[in-house]
Design a protein around this ligand. Sequence first.
Ligand code: Z16
Length: 840
Amino acid sequence: LPPEDKADKSELLWTLLTQGMENMDRDVESIQKHIVNHCQFTLARTQFNLDSFGLYQATALSIKDHLLGMWNVTQQTFTNKDVKRVYYLSLEFLVGRALQNAVLNLDIEGEYSQALMELGTDLEKLYEEEKDAALGNGGLGRLAACFMDSLATLDYPAWGYGIRYRYGMFAQKIVDGAQVEFPDYWISYLNVWEIPRIDVSYSVRFYGEVRVVSDSPRVVEWVGGEVVQAVAYDVPIPGYGTKNCINLRLWSAKPAKEFDLQSFNQGDYLGAIEDRHKSENISQVLYPNDNTYMGKELRLKQQYFFVRATLQDILRRFLKRPREWEELPDKVAIQLNDTHPSIGIVELLRILVDEHGLEFERAWGIVVKSFHFTNHTVLPEALEKWPVELLGHLLPRHLDLIYDINYRFLQQVQAWRPGDMDVLARMSLIDEAHPRSIRMANLAIIGSTHVNGVAALHTQLLKTTIFKDFCEFFGESKFQNKTNGVTPRRWLHQANPGLAAVITSWLESDAWIANLDELAGLRAHIDNPELAADFARVKRANKVRLAELIQSTNGIEVDPDALFDIQVKRIHEYKRQLMNILAVIVRYLAIKEAVAGGASKAELAAAFVARVSIFAGKAAPGYHNAKRIIRLITAVADVVNNDPDVGSLLKVVFMPNYNVSLAEVIFPGTDLSEQISCSGMEASGTGVGKATLNGALLICTMDGASIEIAEEIGHDQVFVFGALASEVDGLRAQVQFNTPPDCAPLAKAKAAIRDGTFGNYDEFPLLLDSFSGRNDYYLINTDFESYLDAQARADAVYRDQDAWLRKAILSTAGMGFFSSDRTIRQYAEEIWGVKPCPRE
Ligand code: Z16
C-alpha cells in the first residue's frame, strides 16, 4: 500500500495483513483444521450433510487460501517494482480442473493426501469431484491456459483477461450414435476458485450515437444506447516451484448501475427489471465454434464488452502513478489471442482521442506500440469479418475511427505502390464485397507492433500467402514465429505420475518439470533395457486405466495389449477424422475377407496387429458434416465391435464429451497419435505435443508443429505420409480439372458405406458426396494410399516391441523444445519486452 492509504489503518492491521496467510502452516494437522473450518463456516456443513463434493469444496477452499496469500504479495511486488506487465487477452481459457494442479504446483500433495486419509477420504477421489472449467473450444483456449501456467512459473508480471461465461463448452452426449449438446452450467452453486470483485466494475456502452461537441478542434462524444456493467471475478494461477501467483481476471455482465429511472417512473416496474436483466446475456455462453467465424451480433457484443472492461482496468492501473501517455508501451504489452479481442485496438484509440483529448496520430502511435497479435489459422472461413452495418450500429464511434485508420493507412499504401488498385483493395480494412465488412485480421496487423504465427510452417504461410502484402509493406521483422508448447506440469507431471516418476528416477532429478530440456538426458540410457521395461510398464498401466474408462463410458471391452491408435481433437474436415475412419473400414473389410477365405486364428494374428481405434472430439453444433463424421464413426464402431469374426483384432471407440480431464487420461495411454490434417491447414496443433511428451509415436502429415517435432525427436520416430503443403494447391487444381478416380481401397470403403454395411443413415450419402471426386478439397483420396502405407509401417514396428519402445523413449526425450515455458520466454524476450519479477 502507498503510505497515504496506510495512514488510517492501525499498525496491527498493517502487520497482520502483510504477514497475511503468507506463511500458512503446511503441516497435516493445520491442513485438517483448515479444511474442517471451511466445511463448518464457509459451506455450513456438519457431519450429517457433508458429502464428497462438500469435502472437495472445503479442500479446494483451503488451497485457495494458500494461493491468495501468495497472490497478494505477488501483485504488491509487481506494483512496488513498477515493472512492465503483459496482458494476455483471450476470449477463451480452457483451464480444466484446478485442484490437483494447485496441489502439485504448491508441492503439498503428500501432506494433503495424508490429512484427508486421516479424515477418512481419498484426495484422488476428491479431484474427480471437480467440474472442468471449460471456457474454451479447443487448441486456442487450452494454449491460453498452458501459457498462464508458464507465465506464473517463470515469474513474469502477467495478467490474463477473459470472460466468465456462465455456460462453458457444451457437454456432448452420444444419443443413437449422434452428437447431442447439453448446456454446461458449470458454476452450480459456488465456484470455489474465484474471488468476486464487486468493487471492480466498469460500464460498457452499446448502440447510441456520436455527437459533435465542437468542430475545431474536433471533439465528439458517444452517447445514448444501452449501458451494462462488467464485474471482475479473479482466479489465482499458481506457478510451479515459485511463490509467485498470478491473476486471471474474468468479466461477468451485470445490469448497469445507472438504470433507466424513467421507465421505473412510468410505472413499468416489471418491464424495467426485465430489461435490466437482458444485459446479463452478454456473458452467458461461450460460442462453440473452433476455426469458424460466426457473425452473430451477440458475439461482437461479447468482444467489445470484454475489451472495454479490460482496457479500463489496464489504464486505471497504469494511471495509479503520474505518467505521460507515451510511457504506456513501456509499462504495458497487450497480446491479442487471435482477432477475437482486436476491436480493443480501436477502443484504446477512442479512449485516448475522445476521452483524453490526444491528437489522432499521437494516439495511434501509442496504440500500435502497445498491441501484439497472434494468428491461429489460415482457413478463410475462420477469419473474422464484421458486416459494416452491424458494427456501425453496435459501435458507431468505432466505425468512424476504423474509417479514419483505414484512410490514413491506404494513403501510405498508395504512396508505396502508386497506381496499384488491387493491393489497395486487398489491404483495405474494408472488404467491399456484399455485404461490406471489416477485416479484423487486417485491423489487428496494422494496429500491432508484432504479428506471430504458432508454428514454423504456419508463420511461413502467413508471410507468403494471406499476409503477404502486409509482410512486404511492413518488412519481415514485424512477423515472427512462436511455435506452440504445452505445460509439462499438467501434461506430464500431473496427467502421468507413473512416467514422471520413471523420468525423475532415470535423470536422478525432477528438474525436468521446470526445465523440459532435461528430458534429453534420457537418450544417454537409450540402450538400457531396464529403461525400456520401465516405459513399457507405465504405458501398460495407463492403457489399463484408459481401457477401464472405455469399459465404463462406452461399455466396450478392449485389450490393453492392442495398439491404442488415437485421434482426439475438435471434429473438422481439415483434420480428416474421416480419412482415419475410412482406413479403419479398409482394415475391417480386410479382416472380413481373410476370415471368409478361411484364415485360422493364428493366420489372422500374423496378418493383423490388434488395434483399438479411439476417437473423441466435439463438432460445432451447426457444422453438419462434422456431425455426420461422428455418426459414421459410431456406426462403424457398432458393426465392428459386435462382429464375432473380428474379436479383439479391431475395436472402434468414440469417447463422448472430450475435455481437458478426459485428455489427461487419454494421452498417457496413447500408443499412436493421429495428426493427419491436410498439409498447410493445421496451424500448429497442441494435442500432438501432449501425446508425444507421453511417449506416443506419431503418424502424421508434414503439417503444423509435427514438422518441428519430427525434427527434434528424429524422423525415424515418426510415420510420415501425404502431400506436402507446397504440393496441396497443385493437387487441388488437379482434383478440380482432371479428377482422378478413387484409389482401390478408398473405393472399397465407400462402397461398403453405400451398400449399408454400417446401416442406412440419411447422413451417409451426404457425407460421401461432400468429398467425392471434384469435391475432395481435403485430399483424402490423394493421401489415402500413402496413409495406409504409414499405418502398415506402424503395425510392423509395433510387432517389434523393443523397436517401438526405443522410438517411444526417443519421442519423450526430444520434447524439451515443446514446453510452453520455451514459448513464453520467446514471447517475453522477442515481443513483449517483459522480465521475470520474482517476489521479494
Ligand atoms: C483454434 O482453437 C485454433 C485456431 C483458430 O483460428 C481458432 C480456434 Cl478456436 C487452433 C488451431 O486450429 C491449432 O492448429 C492451434 O494449435 C491452436 O489454435 C493454438 O494455436
